[in-house]
Write a protein that binds this ligand. Structure first.
Ligand code: AHM
Ligand code: MG
Length: 331
């Protein structure tokens, strides 16, 4: 029962990373270690997420995060755990997190910058619905040893050296890419190990699922409404969890499109480029899919601020191309 990579299904993430060290294009093993640090923090968060219904640790924390949204306590816990893991791991010079306004400076002698949404899908935390962690890894541009500069963090998605997500769902999965395909690992809870369960993940070119918050229908641009109408006329399947990682993952597995358009009130949509859109765009492309803001490829967008937002149309290639063909018809 060998995977296409020649590694047996069931290989642990640690072993897989070790055997694929060439993928990490670094003889020093720093990137491999960084990925292991993220996986470890993911296991810790997984434990917290699993017991959150028991231990009264969820619910409003009484503070607002930088976007002014309610910050759930578990978001804060996840933010602390990940930052600590990255600090202790000793491979990261800076972190930009959804939960923190400013860059978190770690070890200036390190080469890697991490953009992270420690716990995405905050409205689903309290109600036992799937949530996720999203991460992007970049190499800093400024010299190692000096202070991290804004330009180290504000890099285009094309510059990601690795990206991935952890899905806390009916089972917990870690999915990542270093630009050589997408690998998926499922957490074996009794062993506490991520084991290779999905290798060389490929998104179907086409599918039947469309995922969009239709409650915003009347705030969408004309072309989005026309596309949604078209989906309905064709009897497609509507699926929307409201957790980006879960919606994206399902669509990648089954074939589908996820849309978070701009609206009147949110001219750039809701999702953040640096730690939500870019990582999933990298994974989408590596699995054969497409990710765009409607005008340009997500990965080509030059970020100008840490928490900037972008509309997102992502998923099966033919579906995203078809949906965005409505833009031309609209103008
Ligand atoms: P969050 O970062 O506050 O959790 O918000 C991001 C989430 C995504 O996971 C999800 O796709 C989207 O917000 C849902 O938004 P909406 O409730 O507007 O449909
Ligand atoms: Mg988020």
């Amino acid at each position: 029962n060998k995977s296409k990579l020649g590694l047996p299904i069931g290989t642990t993430l640690d072993r897989f990373i070790k055997q694929k060290e060439d993928e990490f294009s670094s003889a020093t093993g720093e990137l491999s270690q960084l990925l292991r640090d993220i996986a470890l923090a993911g296991k810790i968060i997984n434990k917290e997420v699993n017991k959150s219904g028991l231990l009264d640790i969820t619910g409003g924390f009484g503070e607002k995060n930088v976007q002014g949204e309610d910050q759930q306590k578990l978001d804060v816990v996840a933010d602390i755990r990940f930052t600590r893991a990255l600090k202790n791991g000793g491979m990261t010079c800076a972190v930009v997190s959804e939960e923190e306004q400013e860059i978190i400076h770690l070890n200036p002698n390190c080469r890697y910058v991490v953009a992270i949404d420690p716990l995405d899908g905050s409205s689903n935390i309290d109600v036992n619905v799937s949530i996720g962690t999203i991460f992007s890894i970049y190499k800093r541009i400024s010299p190692v040893g000096g202070p991290v500069q804004d330009e180290d963090v504000l890099q285009k998605g094309t510059e990601q050296v690795a990206a991935g997500y952890i899905l806390y769902g009916s089972s917990t999965m870690l999915v990542y890419t270093t630009g050589r395909g997408v690998h998926g690992f499922t957490l074996e809870p009794s062993l506490g190990e991520f084991v290779l369960s999905h290798n060389k993940m490929k998104s179907p070119k086409d599918g039947k699922i469309y995922s969009i918050n239709e409650g915003n229908y009347f705030a969408f641009d004309e072309w989005v409404r026309a596309y949604v109408d078209d989906c309905k006329k064709k009897g497609m399947t509507a699926r929307y969890i409201g957790s980006l990682v879960a919606d994206f993952h399902r669509n990648m597995m089954k074939g589908g499109i996820y849309l978070y358009p701009n609206t009147e009130k949110a001219p750039n949509g809701k999702l953040r480029l640096l730690y939500e859109c870019n990582a999933l765009a990298f994974i989408a492309e590596q699995s054969g899919g497409v990710a765009t803001n409607g005008k340009e490829r997500i990965l080509d967008i030059q970020p100008t601020t840490f928490h900037q937002r972008s509309p997102l149309y992502i998923g099966s290639s033919e579906m995203v191309e078809y949906a965005t063909s409505f833009i031309k018809a609209d103008t």
